[in-house]
Design a protein around this ligand. Structure first.
Ligand code: GLN
Length: 554
């Protein structure tokens, strides 16, 4: 069967949850037995989001695979860091996404410009149309050729009207013209704001953003209105009339208790049937699959018991910085009948106001020390690890969080007061966390970390093994520094256990404390592989320990 394409654009404002809508469309098609793949086009000029501060653009997601991106003969870049929407796609669809599914303007322009330098366009003027738009279309088709899905959903980042997104929208226009009629669909997701003073939902911003699309030669086939409430019929009628979309093609995306409800809510409104009909597909809904997902959603809705996890970190100003961690905690909680309440603590506050922060840490049932880079707030994060070591509060350190657990242990248990990571203090007399040997020569910053999934050899008899029940696991990594193996013998003599390494035994992949307290640090990022209904084993064990400690404390 020839691949069908669904393009998803966003109107009025950013941050609408367009990624969740795109993933939900994927889910309801998957429930019809269709094979779905997803693309996200990001209009920014970064080659990948790997160098972006999460506070700018949310979390950086890491794929299973590393992609050797070859924009032109003789040029190679490693890409495994992609947009956070891919985390949403993986969690909804339960498939691993390929890094080349994230098309950035940076990659597109890089390809065109480097190709020009190696003589790929001799004699011609290089222009946005057709060269840039051709490259965008080529990339979309390359994904379709690699994974051969029944339906390929292409989410266009940004908001319609942004200058950066124009080449992508123009490429979509051309693409729709090139495919057979009825093989593509354009879904526009917009905000329908509520004005409390007049007590009305307003459709005018939607009308304007659709006009904007139309001015670029694009007519949406489906409009999905984001509003706090389901859109009443008269509002849908208005959108239908002014935006030239049939009434049955105007859908609601209301506030929900969990994002995982959205596929069910859209399915109930008939979106699945509408899409397959418009794309000429014969794909009836598989009730069993729908019920399976409903079961997963119910586990979130029915989770009653509260458990509080304190999350000291450097990027706490926006929730999206830690979206995969937030989701992994909630998957773990739901599987245990518990609702996880997260308390973000800005690492710099930990440095300033220690008594208030101690109270926050004390009142939490567990502490998750977050990933991060650089020196700001680092002493506060080390303090949080020290607090866990001293009080025995369940603790999970992720990547940087694990490295800083090791620093705290070496300082306050092993007695090396000046121990540090060379990322923060290059001249420390005790570099207990140091650059990976292969990183010492690396100067470029983009895509140069140790990335992607790697095998992890788990030591039986450890807390890590208890969680995974396997001696060989695969987890995803994103780091430049590691626990310095030279300090491991001293650490082990003081009560620390190396619970896993890479197969060569060279890279420490996780540590834990011997004794009754559940204090674990993992160099990898298990949150990237956590799925609703199938939580990450180590997150599940952490949340279970936090629940136990809550019950014990009464
Ligand atoms: N900054 C640390 C490193 O590069 C940790 C990275 C992370 O937390 N992802 O190793």
């Amino acid at each position: 069967m020839r691949t069908r394409y669904i393009f998803v654009t966003g109107g009025v404002v950013s941050g609408l949850g367009k990624g969740v809508v795109a993933a939900s469309i994927g889910k309801i098609l998957q429930m019809r037995g269709l094979r779905v793949d997803m693309i996200k086009a990001d209009p920014y000029l970064n080659v990948d989001p790997g160098t972006l501060n999460p506070v700018e653009h949310g979390e950086v997601f890491v794929c299973e695979e590393v992609w050797e991106f070859e924009p032109a003969p003789g040029y190679r870049f490693r890409i495994a860091e992609i947009d956070q929407d891919f985390g949403t796609y993986e969690r909804f669809l339960d498939v691993n996404m390929h890094p080349s599914n994230n098309i950035t303007s940076g990659q597109v322009y890089l390809s065109v410009i480097l190709r020009e330098r190696v003589g790929g366009y001799l004699g011609r003027t290089i222009q946005v149309i057709p060269h840039v738009t051709d490259e965008i279309k080529r990339r979309i088709r390359a994904v379709a050729e690699r994974s051969r899905p029944d339906v390929l959903i292409v989410e266009i980042g940004g908001t319609v009207g942004d200058i950066e997104a124009m080449p992508f929208l123009e490429a979509v226009r051309q693409f729709r013209l090139e495919e057979p009629p009825g093989h593509t669909l354009l879904v526009h997701v917009t905000l329908v704001p509520y004005l409390p003073r007049v007590g009305q939902l307003k459709t005018k911003p939607t009308q304007h953003s659709v006009k904007e699309l139309q001015s670029m030669g694009l007519q949406p086939d489906v409009i999905i209105g984001r509003a706090s409430e389901p859109l009443p019929r008269d509002v849908r009628e208005k959108i239908s009339l002014y935006c030239s979309v049939p009434l049955e093609a105007v859908f609601s995306d209301p506030d929900l208790e969990t994002v995982y409800q959205l596929p069910l809510v859209l399915e109930e409104q008939g979106l699945g049937e509408y899409i397959v009909r418009r794309l000429g597909l014969q794909a009836p809904l598989d009730r069993a699959r729908l019920e399976e997902w409903r079961g997963v959603v119910d586990s979130f809705l029915n989770a009653g018991e509260e458990v509080v996890i304190a999350m000291p970190g450097k990027y706490t100003m926006i929730q999206d910085s830690y979206i995969s961690i937030n989701e992994a905690l909630s998957h773990a909680g739901a599987s245990l009948g518990a609702r996880v309440r997260r308390v973000f603590i800005e690492a710099e506050d930990l440095e300033r106001d220690s008594s208030r922060v101690r109270d926050l840490l004390e009142s939490a049932d567990g502490i998750l020390l977050t990933p991060g880079f650089g020196s700001r707030g680092v002493e506060g994060m080390i303090e949080a690890a020290r607090f866990a070591i001293e009080t025995g509060k369940p603790f999970l350190g992720i990547c940087f969080g694990a490295q800083l657990l090791f620093v705290a242990f070496m300082r306050y248990v092993a007695g090396l007061r000046e121990a540090h990571t060379t990322e923060v203090d290059p001249d420390t007399p005790h570099p207990v966390v140091d650059l990976l040997p292969e990183q010492k020569q690396v100067v470029e910053k983009g895509g140069t970390m140790r990335l992607g999934a790697h095998p992890v050899r788990v030591r039986p008899g450890t807390r890590l093994y208890e969680a995974y029940r396997s001696e060989l696991i695969y987890e995803r990594f994103r780091h430049r520094y590691h626990i310095n193996p030279e300090y491991v013998p001293l650490a082990e003599s003081k009560g620390l256990v190396v619970s896993s390494t890479d197969p060569s035994g060279r890279i420490v992949n996780s540590i834990e404390l011997r004794g009754p307290a559940w204090i674990v640090g993992v160099q990898f990022h298990p949150e990237y592989k956590s799925r609703p209904g199938r939580p990450s084993p180590i997150y599940r064990e952490f949340v279970r320990q936090a629940l136990l400690s809550r019950r014990q404390r009464g």
